[in-house]
Design a protein around this ligand. Structure first.
Ligand code: SF4
Length: 204
């Protein structure tokens, strides 16, 4: 069950990087062959044990059982968390992932139902216009001369990551306009720590 590439390599451990460019967030995983074997065999053992039920985790949203899974449907009897206790707050937060996955699955089923032309009491589909886009080079060719550079660029936004990428292809120095770049107020996001992620992936 282990990765064939790993089997062919002589290494005893394996590492992996997960990069989220927009969020500027990075996760690094390192696992030994023994740890991987124990984890994979544990999952198989629990999966094939009829006495072990599913436990919701961060991956529920990608699962095809979201509409029917007992781990997601039992949330009403589990909603007794004392949010002043850190360990219960963390458990409640993890639970929200499963509930959200179930909610998304219900919404998807309703959209499909209505999309098939079937009635659903109190609900209807409403079309929202798709996002417009226009190739900037083409727009510049057609409009630049007529409305002038300043007015044209007042309607443009720059993709700074792309600009840095283009610049770095030809130059080793920092982008000369770095000091002119302004940054909006940072927003706060809840992201799972590595330990939490591995806990939620533990064999169920
Ligand atoms: S707990 Fe989540 S991942 Fe597991 S079977 Fe249920 S929906 Fe799927």
């Amino acid at each position: 069950m282990l990765c064939p590439l790993w089997k062919r390599s002589s290494g005893t451990s394996c590492g992996g990087h997960e990069l989220y460019v927009d969020a500027q967030y990075h996760r690094y995983y390192k696992i030994t062959l023994e740890e991987a074997k124990a984890s994979v065999e544990g999952i198989i053992q629990r999966h094939t044990d009829p006495k072990v039920g599913p436990v919701s985790c961060t991956y529920c949203k990608w699962c095809r059982h979201t509409l029917t899974c007992s781990a997601l449907l039992d949330f009403d009897k589990d909603m007794k968390y004392d949010l002043n206790k850190p360990e219960e707050l963390a458990a409640a937060l993890l639970k929200t992932k499963g509930i959200r996955a179930w909610c998304d699955a219900v919404e998807k089923a309703a959209k499909e139902h209505l999309g098939d032309g079937k009635p659903l009491d109190g609900w209807r589909l409403q079309t929202r216009k798709g996002r417009e886009s226009l190739d900037a080079t083409e727009a510049w060719r057609k409009l630049g001369q007529r409305i002038g550079t300043d007015r044209f660029f007042s309607a443009c936004t720059l993709n700074l990551n792309k600009l840095r990428e283009v610049w770095e292809k030809d130059y080793t120095e920092d982008l000369p306009v770095e000091n002119l770049i302004t940054r909006a107020k940072d927003s706060i996001a809840l992201v799972e720590s590595k330990e939490n992620e591995s806990k939620s992936n533990e064999p169920k």
